[in-house]
Design a protein around this ligand. Structure first.
Ligand code: TNX
Length: 754
């Protein structure tokens, strides 16, 4: 009987362990084997295939970095339990199999698959290895969903030395990311040595100071630090081979024809006007771009020859984004080119530019990839499109029969906030929390199954305008990269956010132990506004990803500092107040904090109708976002705003009963680098019955320019129940500004009525 009990106990113990497989990205198939493998620093890695020794050595490099020792490698069959690596051509590229029992761990696949299998094994090891560790056995069969699983890094806005890049590549490899998109040139610095043009780095990699205020702040503040740096070709080769050993392809990006000021500073003849320009010290889009004269193509071809020599990648990224056309309009050579090539306009000239470079690359057996603006004026025949402005670029490319990589700003921009901005380091703006990244589906619904095959995969981008330190890079990337890895690797139908979060906790422990920085923003409390429009009131609901922790909150108002009490149900917001809430673990340690202020007016909690819906990606909580008492903050956080690009914002607010009003205040946004402009007109109409409206007044562009982003309309109006407010946009963004030629966005966070 006792024996039976012991057996049952062991069984329960083992079954509990079976929950412990916390591989990210989740494996396609993993079956618990009811036994354990006893692992120690003496566990040998055995193989008879010498062609996989480099994968084993990369694995051992991880072992050294994370655990301080390497496993012995042998080509004679060990007597003791061992890890056996079996090269097998029966597997697709990158696919692998792990077969485990108490005596052996067998990993099979081709070279890349074996590497991924070793990474899965690495993830199965405990955070610390003290002596012998018992590892639950799983049989795993695993392969990727997409072949382009990318992570980008901008080293122009801020420069990071090669040691940092090695660390980055380790993180990428750990999550089975196989493409590193290295953004090497931009207006703020040229970062790759080109032997034929030494001034590119000696002059073009340095700037005389950097913007320290936020780009959305009209009063610009700069430091005066001479800032720069670049990679020698020797260092580039080291990076490429470090990546290769981890089965990562490095795709270099050399920006053209826009984002070229640093190169033009080094060699002024590259622009249309030939004048000296300084390396840019702030963020945005700038008019000085490469001219379309033959000498520029000669220069770019020389540069690309050296680049292709350094990077063996199938694709070479040539940027192609955000190229203002003003200089081309005033340039006789460019205008002559438009005529001689029979082009319609400057957009077609951009297309000519990219096609000419594509022809050059394909002569050298390489493929061109560029940001989705390369669709402007016609897509080059074999070019691949990186869809960043949304998913439309990817859809258009696939419908055209071209390949695409999806990296839409809404889900894949890791320079955006991942938590409440008041708790986060300063970022460019936006709101892309972990859950949003995890929810991303790379194949757009608009594509047929056949077209869907042209989507190579997805990628996240890390632009570094606001990211100066390496710790900050890691903070922005982790844990969002973990979510992305599952999006691009694991089967679509197998995704489960709750399960992912449970696995993620084990990775957090490992980050802590290994000194890898990461964001704990998911411990933060998420706020949800409940609109009780019948009773004309709002309630604040507090949620958290981890129910293990408890939420406490207090309300601060003009007359009270408040005291923390446990949160049990949604909080009534009936006056101006700030709710401060925190999550605490069972020991009382504060894990996450949030602060939310409310400014209450007659419109707070009111019924509201929009004539046109906001753009899908900026419609959080719509339409009550405009009447929830939350005034959008700067820098802007996507979730506090409604964004309109193709339709005007027309909102009709029902105050619930007839009353007198004195003032209307609209909280709008000006963030021109993100294409968000102040409206050009705001019109007010009022009504008693919701049917017949009469105009109460309007503010025009110059009134709005005077008032700035918080637009006030003063007028005493008696007996009003319905108020209709319409905003007009400036239309197309003017030349010289970011997004020129596209429709401007109008963003509004709140309409207050007093
Ligand atoms: C747009 S994404 C850019 C970059 C900026 C980024 C900031 C793209 C092709 N161009 O130059 O750094 O926004 O989020």
């Amino acid at each position: 009987m006792r024996k039976l009990f012991t057996l049952a106990f062991i069984f329960i113990l083992i079954s509990a362990q079976s929950q412990n497989l916390s591989i990210i990205p989740n494996a396609v198939n993993a079956k618990y084997q009811d036994q354990s493998f006893i692992f120690s620093h003496k566990t040998p890695i055995y193989t008879t295939n010498s062609n996989v020794l480099s994968e084993i050595s990369s694995f051992n490099h991880f072992m050294q970095t994370y655990y301080g020792f390497q496993l012995p490698v042998t080509q004679t069959k060990p007597e003791i339990p061992n890890i056996e690596i079996i090269f097998s051509k029966d597997f697709e590229d990158e696919a692998y199999e792990i077969e485990m029992n108490s005596q052996s761990i067998k990993i099979r696949g081709q070279k890349s698959g074996i590497f991924h299998g070793l990474i899965s094994l690495l993830q199965m090891l405990p955070t610390e290895i003290k002596g012998t560790e018992s590892i639950p056995c799983y049989n795993i069969n695993d392969y990727p969903r997409f072949k382009w699983r990318g992570m980008h890094l901008d080293v122009s806005r801020h420069f990071f030395p090669k040691e940092n890049i090695f660390r980055y590549l380790d993180i990428l490899a750990y999550y089975k990311i196989n493409t590193f998109h290295w953004h090497l040139t931009d207006d703020q610095g040229w970062r790759i040595e080109i032997k034929k043009y030494p001034l590119l780095t000696s002059k073009g990699s340095w700037r005389n100071g950097t913007l320290i205020s936020h780009a959305s702040n009209p009063s610009e503040l700069f430091d005066s630090i001479y800032y720069g740096g670049f990679y020698t070709q020797e260092e580039v080769r080291e990076v490429v081979s470090y990546a290769k050993a981890r089965h990562i392809t490095v795709v270099p990006e050399i920006e053209m024809p826009g984002h070229a000021v640093a190169a033009i500073h080094a060699y002024p003849y590259l622009s249309c006007h030939g004048k000296d320009v300084s390396v840019i010290q702030k963020w945005g889009v700038f008019d000085d771009v490469f001219c379309t004269k033959d000498t520029v193509f000669g220069f770019l071809e020389d540069v690309l020859i050296e680049v292709m020599d350094l990077f063996p990648s199938e694709y070479i990224h040539v940027g192609g984004d955000e190229c203002p056309k003003v200089n081309w309009k005033n340039c006789s050579v460019c205008q002559e080119r438009i005529k001689s090539e029979n082009l319609k306009d400057e957009s077609e000239l951009q297309s000519y530019f990219i096609k000419r470079i594509e022809t050059f690359l394909s002569k050298h057996k390489r493929k061109l990839i560029g940001w989705d603006e390369i669709l402007e004026g016609g897509l080059a025949p074999n070019a691949a499109v990186m869809s960043w402005q949304g998913i439309e670029g990817g859809i258009a490319a696939a419908k055209h029969g071209n390949n695409a990589v999806m990296t839409p700003g809404s889900h894949c921009y890791f320079d955006h906030y991942q938590g409440d901005p008041s708790n986060e380091p300063l970022a460019i703006g936006g709101f892309t929390p972990l859950s949003k990244v995890y929810s991303y589906e790379p194949i757009p619904e608009a594509l047929t199954a056949e077209e869907g095959k042209l989507i190579l995969g997805a990628q996240a981008n890390l632009w570094t305008e606001y990211i100066k330190t390496w710790e900050h890079v890691e903070y922005m990337v982790l844990p969002r990269l973990c979510a992305l890895s599952e999006v691009v690797w694991s089967p679509k139908g197998q995704k489960d956010y709750e399960d992912f979060l449970t696995r993620l906790e084990d990775h957090f422990d490992k980050f802590e132990k290994r000194g890898i920085n990461y964001a704990k923003s998911i411990y933060e409390i998420n706020t949800e506004i409940i609109n009780d429009t019948i009773n004309h009131k709002i309630l604040l609901k507090l949620n958290q990803a981890y129910s293990k922790n408890k939420i406490y909150y207090k309300s601060e108002s003009e007359n009270s500092k408040g005291t923390f009490i446990p949160y049990t149900s949604p909080i009534l917001i009936d006056k101006n107040q700030t709710i401060k809430a925190e999550t605490r673990d069972d020991k009382g340690k504060v894990l996450g904090k949030i602060e939310q202020s409310f400014s209450v007016s007659k419109s707070t909690g009111a019924k509201i109708q929009l004539t046109h819906q906001p753009a899908k990606s900026y419609s959080h909580g719509s339409p009550h976002t405009l009447t929830d008492g939350i005034l959008g903050r700067i820098p802007w956080n996507g979730k506090e705003w409604l964004g309109f690009q193709s339709h005007p914002l027309i909102a009709t607010i029902d105050l619930g009963k007839t009353q007198n009003i004195e003032k209307i205040v609209a909280h709008t946004l000006k963030a021109e680098a993100s294409w968000i402009h102040l409206p050009s007109k705001m019109q007010i109409e009022v009504s008693k019955d919701g049917k017949k409206f009469k105009k109460a007044g309007e503010l025009n562009a110059s009134d709005i320019a005077k008032s700035g982003r918080i637009i006030e309309f003063h007028k005493s109006i008696k007996n009003v129940r319905y108020v209709r407010i319409s905003f007009e946009s400036i239309g197309k963004i003017p030349a010289g500004k970011s997004g020129a030629g596209h429709n401007a966005w109008v963003f509004v966070s709140e309409i207050q009525i007093f």
